[in-house]
Design a protein around this ligand. Structure first.
Ligand code: NI
Length: 185
């Protein structure tokens, strides 16, 4: 397994539409394993392929010790509304409240190519919606009010100097703020 570099806000890959996966190959399974390792190292709860510079429609999430692989995920049911403070591994140290559906059912293929349906509320539901957004070039900051987004983008202008080439390397001693443990996705 290998830890992958995470692309940060400004890299055009984060705004690209992904392409449907037609076959789960050993190479794709290797990418899945590398993404899970990268998500763990970055102390995240979710990671989507564009965040590691890839265009496959693929994301991984892990909430309460349960990991899910989402290949070609689609939301097939949604209800209610929930507000959650979100952050993104591609926009480090920036957080904001986002309103999403309170409960979703996601249909996807798993690592073995079998179709599964995953129901999620709270963090799992929020995280799956955040990752599916990534697969369509959308970021959590797009959900913020104009005023809040303007503020966040100004903050990011200073932050992004830390990431030469718009790539974030995840180090062993990554010491992200534990107050945001359920928010990095
Ligand atoms: Ni994200």
């Amino acid at each position: 397994m290998a830890r992958l570099g995470i692309r940060v806000l400004g890299d055009p890959v984060l705004r690209e539409e992904t392409r449907l996966v037609t076959e789960v190959t050993p190479e794709l399974q290797q990418l899945i394993d590398d993404m899970i390792e990268t998500m763990h190292a970055a102390k995240g709860v979710g990671l989507a392929a564009p965040q590691v510079g890839r265009t496959e429609r693929l994301a991984v999430v892990e909430v309460d010790g349960a990991a899910h692989v989402l290949i070609n995920p689609e939301i097939v049911e949604r209800e209610g509304s929930i507000k959650w403070e979100e952050g993104c591994l591609s926009i480090p140290d920036i957080y904001g409240d986002v309103t999403r559906s309170a409960r979703v059912v996601v249909r996807a293929m798993g690592r073995d190519g079998q179709t599964v349906e995953i129901e999620g509320t709270e963090l799992l539901g929020v995280c799956m919606q955040h990752e599916i957004d990534h697969l369509h070039g959308k970021l959590f900051i797009d959900h913020l009010s104009f005023l809040k987004r303007t503020k966040v983008l100004a903050q990011w202008e200073k932050e992004k100097a830390k990431y030469p080439g718009l790539v974030r390397t995840i180090f062993d001693d990554e010491d992200d703020d534990p107050a945001h443990d359920d928010e990095r996705m």
